[in-house]
Design a protein around this ligand. Structure first.
Ligand code: NAD
Ligand code: WQD
Length: 342
């Protein structure tokens, strides 16, 4: 079966393409490369010895999507394409709503036209309200998002679940990711943020490699064991395997189902820094600074539903995540780019 992967050249998309190919699926990618480099797909091809059919273009381009469906027999679509920087979404809300909502509307319009209605969507733990108890089950309260990015995920979930209510032949999995980090064991594909990283792990690896002077730890006065923020970090390869499990589920069921993809365990910022330093024997200088606006103290998943219905569980440890993130960064000090100015 061929899987259409939107945003397949990106961080999670490229790792998922690799796992799909290794599980015997054909892979067709559409990506406009607004936040990625086509080298990621070349490297996936080199690692697997298999070809990816790549279309450079925008998911909001209806005619291009129609051509892709006409030229390829697609059995399921995984929709990663989207903008994901929280701070940028506050500064550029229209761009985020346009990109993230219209890409889903155009994609599902064309899927409707061609009668292929199996869809997996990249949602986020950010859709959960801040006032829930931990761990977060899929039934926890959602909404009260604090930024436009979060609202695009929340609204897309509403759009897709409403479509499943109206038309019983749709099959949609909404996958709520917790904090994906790490890289493929080969060190050939990994996370390559543009500019200054917003997220913790790429910041740590860039400090370790000498591209940034020191890490700012955003607050040590939270109500957590060491006072720093606690998150559910998940190895990107485990996350990618969760998508392969979701493809099987989606093609065998109908309706809309929500799944958490997380480990169920929370680690603090200082746990991350200490584990990274110990496992890789490299220094990560840091200073404690004020809390980052919008951050919450603690966030981790209850992954029991994914284990029960998808038959999927994470396998990698925090040490694996730290080692693999560093392996990627040290083999590719400037990511996919050879330019040393980034
Ligand atoms: P990424 O930026 O590396 O990948 C997204 C890809 O989509 C990029 O290759 C980009 O070029 C492409 N893209 C964006 N808009 C497009 C459009 N209109 N048409 C075609 N291509 C387009 O991000 P990622 O970390 O791999 O995230 C993938 C998805 O998972 C996103 O939807 C993101 O919101 C979601 N997600 C990510 C995280 C995370 O922490 N990385 C957490 C939760 C959810
Ligand atoms: C993790 C912890 C920070 C950077 C974000 C999005 C969320 C999702 C995943 C897409 C927090 C601390 C961070 C730094 C730090 N993305 N930190 N210094 O905030 O849990 O989630 O990415 O859906 O929507 O909001 O992840 O990696 O930014 O932060 O101390 O330089 O690390 O305060 O406690 P977050 P993160």
């Amino acid at each position: 079966m061929n899987i259409l992967v939107t945003g397949g050249a990106g961080y999670i998309g490229s790792h998922t393409c690799l796992e799909l190919l290794e599980s015997g699926y054909g892979v067709v990618v559409i990506d406009n490369l607004c936040n990625s480099n086509p080298k990621s797909l070349e490297r996936v091809e080199a690692l697997t010895g298999k070809k990816i059919t790549f279309y450079e273009g925008d998911v909001r381009d209806e005619a291009l999507l129609q051509r892709i469906f006409a030229e390829n027999q697609i059995g399921c679509c995984i929709h990663f394409a989207g903008l994901k920087a929280v701070g940028e979404s506050v500064a550029q809300p229209w761009r985020y709503y346009d990109n993230n909502l219209n890409s889903t509307l155009v994609l599902t319009k064309v899927m409707q036209q061609v009668g292929m209605k199996n869809l997996i969507f990249s949602s986020s733990a950010t859709v959960y309200s801040a006032d829930n108890e931990m761990p977060l089950s899929e039934t926890a309260k959602t909404g009260n998002c604090t930024n436009p990015y979060g609202w695009t995920k929340y609204m897309t979930e509403q759009i897709l679940s409403g479509m499943c209510t109206a038309e019983k032949d749709w099959s949609v999995c909404l996958l709520r990711y917790f904090n994906p980090i790490g890289a493929h064991k080969s060190g050939l594909i990994g996370e390559d943020p543009r500019g200054i990283p917003n997220n913790l792990m790429p910041y740590i690896t860039q400090v370790a490699i000498g591209r940034r002077e020191q890490l700012s730890v955003y607050g040590n006065d939270y109500d957590t064991p060491d006072g720093t923020g606690v998150r559910d970090y998940i190895h990107v390869v485990d996350l990618a395997k969760g998508h392969v499990a979701a493809v099987k589920y989606t093609t065998q069921h109908t309706g809309c189902e929500v799944f958490n993809l997380g480990t169920g365990v929370g680690y603090s910022v200082l746990d991350m820094v200490n584990t990274f330093q110990e496992i890789n024997n490299v220094a990560v200088p840091y200073q404690i600074v004020d809390r980052r606006p919008g951050d919450i103290a603690t966030c981790y998943a209850n992954p029991a539903k994914s284990a029960a219905l998808l038959g999927w569980k994470t396998q990698e440890t925090l040490a694996d995540m730290c080692r693999d993130a560093w392996n990627w960064q040290s083999k590719n000090p400037h990511g996919y780019s050879e330019d040393s100015q980034s």
